[in-house]
Design a protein. Structure first.
Length: 74
């Protein structure tokens, strides 16, 4: 079994982590922009939603890659 697909999946999680770390620096600016609500909370909801979708569908993608004919299966 090849670990390339798992490394691609983990690389995506690392990408999400680094992007979150970089965007966390603009938290103060996002909190002070909105007069009708907290923009940072909306941003955080979208961000967590994107990570959850990636974890679910990325896990399905990795499982399907290992069930293809070139691998012997689980």
């Amino acid at each position: 079994m090849s670990a390339i697909h798992v490394l691609e999946y983990v690389g995506g999680l690392v990408f999400f982590g680094i992007t979150y770390w970089l965007l966390d620096g603009i938290q103060v600016e996002l909190q002070s922009v909105s007069s009708s609500g907290n923009v940072y909370d909306l941003y955080l909801y979208f961000w967590v939603g994107a990570i959850i979708i990636y974890i679910i569908f990325g896990g399905i993608w990795v499982a399907r890659k290992y069930n293809e004919k070139e691998y012997s299966g689980w």
